[in-house]
Write a protein that binds this ligand. Structure first.
Ligand SMILES: O=P(O)(O)OC[C@H]1O[C@@H](O)[C@H](O)[C@@H](O)[C@@H]1O
Length: 288
């Protein structure tokens, strides 16, 4: 069965779905936050989820792909907006020629309309799995009678075997803001960006494909309507401040987050936009 539904302990609602694709590929998605918590391809888990992550809806999931909308970072709303902490609806799930696709939906409700972002919206989140790709696309529709603006991002926690041998390509020549150092106009000089400390950077207007290599493994990130890339690893010092992240886990992950966060996206009444990423796993060594 390509899509399996798992219910909450009391059996009253679907808690998560598991997609089974070709060649042993799979993905798991929680309806809480529409959070993808697992993506297996080429016999490997490609996403990192902390062993201390809360999966009971008590806080955003520390790992996988939390969805940031309508606000990146701190601001009028809670950090990273409300999409990652709302319960989404399972809209549809079906097999297609090359894999399986699931659509989740989130609409405004009394709580969101009472928030500092009070607009009427309709979100459709499409998670599409093939043997080697996971595509996540967020379609945002303005169903209000007034325009609105937002920032959004897919906060992807990639699992790596060792941060010391992990390199991110595709950022050379890109201007970035360094949130740790407090600078905003540096230009990346490196072909391969490595991380060896607490890093929190926003690369703006990234032009093409971004790659993450880790030993013989490579993930390519293709984006559309998402201009920026956030690079984040908490390292030991920030890890110690997070109750839902084990101290020793930071070498096993890197967040490479596709989004539009340096500027915002505006939609007029009736307008829609689809923003997303396609992650492709290219293994040179399968380990099933
Ligand atoms: O702890 P949170 O809210 O999930 O955020 C984690 C990190 O998310 C990153 O996207 C931000 O750039 C960081 O500043 C932030 O610390």
């Amino acid at each position: 069965m390509p899509v399996q539904k798992f219910h909450s302990a009391d059996g009253s609602k679907v808690e998560r779905v598991v997609l089974s694709g070709p060649e042993g590929s799979s993905a798991e998605v929680y309806l809480f936050g529409a959070t993808v918590t697992s993506w297996r391809s080429g016999g490997r888990e490609r996403l990192f989820v902390s062993s201390l992550a809360k999966l009971d809806g008590s806080k955003p999931v520390r790992g996988g792909i939390p969805l940031v909308f309508p606000q990146f970072g701190p601001g009028d709303l809670p950090q990273h907006g409300f999409a990652r902490t709302r319960r989404w609806t399972l809209f549809s799930a079906e097999e297609h020629g090359q894999g399986v696709v699931v659509n989740l939906q989130l609409k405004d409700d009394a709580d969101t309309r009472a928030s500092k972002w009070p607009f009427k919206f309709d979100l459709l989140y499409t998670i599409d799995l093939t043997a080697t790709t996971l595509s996540t696309v967020l379609r945002i529709e303005n169903v209000d009678s007034q325009p609105f603006s937002f920032t959004s991002l897919m906060h992807t926690y990639l699992r790596v075997s060792d941060i010391a041998t992990t390199a991110v390509g595709g950022l050379k020549g890109v201007v970035y803001a360094d949130k740790v150092k407090g600078t905003s106009d540096q230009v990346e000089q490196r072909d391969e960006v490595t991380v060896a400390a607490n890093e929190d950077r926003v690369y703006t207007n990234v032009p093409g494909i971004v790659t993450v290599t880790d030993g013989g493994e490579k993930i390519s990130i293709r984006r559309f309507n998402y201009k920026d890339i956030v690079l984040w690893n908490p390292w030991a010092e920030k890890a110690a401040e997070m109750s839902d992240f084990a101290n020793e886990e930071y070498p096993q992950m890197i967040c490479v987050e596709a989004g539009t966060v340096a500027g915002s996206i505006s939609l007029s009444p009736g307008q829609t936009i689809s923003c997303g990423q396609i992650l492709t796993a290219e293994s040179t060594s399968a380990n099933i």
